[in-house]
Design a protein around this ligand. Structure first.
Ligand SMILES: Nc1ncnc2c1ncn2[C@@H]1O[C@H](COP(=O)(O)OP(=O)(O)OP(=O)(O)O)[C@@H](O)[C@H]1O
Length: 274
């Protein structure tokens, strides 16, 4: 679906540059990025470490002001934190002193819902993410994957218009990552929100997305390629990985990415001669 077909874009970055520091110490992390996510589209950003993936996500979230260019979310210029976005980051955002139920319910309570209504809806969301029997556990009594499911419920219960996800399943083991990917796909399929998803993992990017955007190594990182992933939906990650076209996408994206990854790491590996 193009941005035009769905009306205004869900997320639109135009000519975005981000620099850190000042004077002689200035570091131009990202330069001249144009990126549009259409309503209902799932877009993944991949690129070498330190290329500016999180920086771009932060610009879309309103957490980082661009030094040049503009960010729009659903047609509105971003200035400050975007309230209609749901964020899921690698680090755990759960409050350790609250149960799973309270952690999810609080997302509605802060928006003015009564405790009873918030808890009822939180129970329904925890059931949707498969945690019906864990609602009274505290985060330290949950596995990494279970905590991620609570975090997902905590984000989705607010019904955000767009989702911004930064390596959300990064700390999980491979099997749990796959299950979390399938859960995310099932939830997304039921209620297609625009998603901007940052990951290091090519397989994850291909399996989940409609489009994979490849960034160059920094400084002045920019988009060097885009791949439309027209694999059939609904998808299950285990099955879609067996599709021969999945491997064709892997090879094509890796061809774009490899030189940039080598450029990002080159000097460090050169220094490791023994
Ligand atoms: N607040 C900051 N101050 C100074 N430099 C920063 C700041 N935030 C990010 N950078 C630098 O900008 C560049 C891009 O960082 P960013 O975290 O966006 O990259 P990334 O692609 O998400 O990295 P990774 O894949 O390793 O998570 C990096 O070189 C980083 O060191």
């Amino acid at each position: 679906m193009s941005a035009e077909a769905g009306g205004q874009a869900a997320i639109e970055l135009t000519g975005v540059a981000v620099s850190f520091g000042a004077g002689q110490q200035i570091y131009r992390a990202v330069a001249d990025v144009d990126l549009t996510v259409a309503p209902g589209e799932f877009v993944a950003i991949v690129g070498p470490t330190g290329c500016g993936k999180s920086t771009l996500l932060n610009v879309a979230a309103g957490l980082q002001a661009p030094s040049a260019g503009h960010a729009h979310v659903r047609g509105r210029a971003v200035s400050g934190i975007v309230a209609e976005a749901g964020y899921l980051f690698q680090a755990d955002a759960l409050m350790p002193w609250k149960t799973a139920l309270a952690n999810v319910a609080v997302a509605l309570e802060v928006k003015g819902a009564s405790k009873r209504e918030a808890e009822e809806r939180a129970l329904a969301w925890l059931a949707r993410v498969g945690l019906k029997t864990y609602v009274h556990r505290y985060p330290h009594q949950l596995s990494g994957g279970q905590k991620k499911r609570v975090a997902l419920a905590q984000v989705l219960i607010r019904d955000p218009a767009i989702l911004l996800m930064d390596e959300p399943f990064g700390p999980l083991d491979a099997q749990t990552r796959t299950l979390m990917g399938d859960l995310l796909l099932a939830l997304w399929q039921a209620d297609r929100k625009a998603v901007l998803f940052v990951t290091h993992d090519l397989d994850e990017a291909i399996a989940l997305s409609d489009r994979v955007v490849v960034m160059s190594a920094g400084p002045s990182s920019h988009i060097i390629a885009e791949h439309r992933i027209d694999l059939p939906r609904p998808r299950e990650i285990g099955d879609i990985r067996l599709d021969p076209r999945f491997h064709a996408f892997q090879s094509a994206i890796w061809r774009d990415l490899k030189a940039e990854v080598m450029r990002a790491y080159g000097d460090e590996f050169a220094g490791l001669k023994v």
